[in-house]
Design a binder for this molecule. Structure first.
Ligand SMILES: NC(=O)c1ccc[n+]([C@@H]2O[C@H](COP(=O)([O-])OP(=O)(O)OC[C@H]3O[C@@H](n4cnc5c(N)ncnc54)[C@H](OP(=O)(O)O)[C@@H]3O)[C@@H](O)[C@H]2O)c1
Length: 236
């Protein structure tokens, strides 16, 4: 087994975040999971108070992210990998512009773009204490400007495009050989967000996704990778 890692993940009570947490705990890593309602994430059949830390926090609120990290600091002195996973898809994907609720733009931007900004900023002191810290942002092909060819997903796509730009900018400040900063899209997955018609189940992606997260290195830095860690599948 690879060296044990300390991994902070946002949004672990369902979907990809939950499956990733389960797999990392099975493999002997330590996970800190941030959720708005941590009680809904306590039903993990694996993990104990040593290996799984449940943190309460809303990524839209910088103070809440800082408080969550402060409580983590009581037991952890470093974070090896931050997985900015939590996200929302608030809208009807087919709504025309005039019908898109203003609040949906706000919710998407506050969660998918500012949320990872808030959590990353709060986690920086603990990331800095790791020998080779990694920051992963869950991006999306829907946030690709280069390949945009429809008028769907105004709010989600715009917020992920903003996230991609933030991640790429950050990667010019936090650089190898110490840092790795990457954007990853898992593919279209059957979760509450992806819906029942998505092409892949979580079970199809969790192995390569976990392997890629644990093996992030300078070759992934500043790149928009897929769940296999490959560049080129997605474009900015
Ligand atoms: N599924 C796909 O097809 C797909 C494709 C490309 C990219 N992605 C990305 O992958 C990530 C995970 O997606 P998923 O499919 O697993 O989504 P999901 O099943 O809808 O789960 C979303 C998670 O984010 C949490 N969350 C939402 N807003 C939050 C907030 N303000 N503060 C803290 N946690 C919050 C949710 O917690 P609550 O229960 O409290 O709401 C939940 O745990 C997202 O960033 C998504 O954009 C997914």
């Amino acid at each position: 087994m690879a060296e044990k890692q300390r991994i902070l993940i946002s949004g672990i009570n369902r979907g990809i975040g939950r499956a990733l947490t389960m797999r990392l705990l099975e493999d002997g890593h330590q996970v800190a999971g941030l959720n708005r309602r941590p009680s809904s994430a306590t039903s993990f059949p694996i993990g104990n108070s040593e290996s799984l830390k449940l943190l309460q926090g809303d990524i839209r609120d910088p103070g809440s992210c800082s408080a969550a990290i402060a409580s983590l600091m009581e037991t952890w002195d470093s974070i090896d990998i931050l997985v900015n996973n939590a996200g929302v898809y608030p809208e009807d994907p087919d709504a025309v512009f005039e019908d898109v609720a203003k609040d949906d733009f706000r919710l998407a931007m506050e969660t998918n773009f500012l949320g990872p900004v808030n959590l990353t900023r709060a986690a920086l002191p603990l990331l800095r204490n790791a020998p080779a810290p990694k920051i992963l942002f869950m991006g999306s092909g829907a946030g690709s400007i280069t390949t945009k060819e429809d008028s769907r997903s105004y709010c989600y796509g715009t917020s992920k495009a903003a996230l991609h730009m933030f991640a790429r900018t950050l990667g010019y400040e936090l650089k190898p050989p110490v840092w790795t900063v990457s954007v990853l899209s898992p593919g279209w997955i059957r979760t509450d967000m992806g819906g029942p018609n998505a092409e892949l189940g979580i079970e199809d992606i969790i192995d390569p996704l976990t392997r890629t997260i644990l093996s992030l290195n300078s070759t992934h830095h500043g790149q928009f990778i897929n769940r296999f860690g490959e560049k080129g599948h997605y474009q900015w």
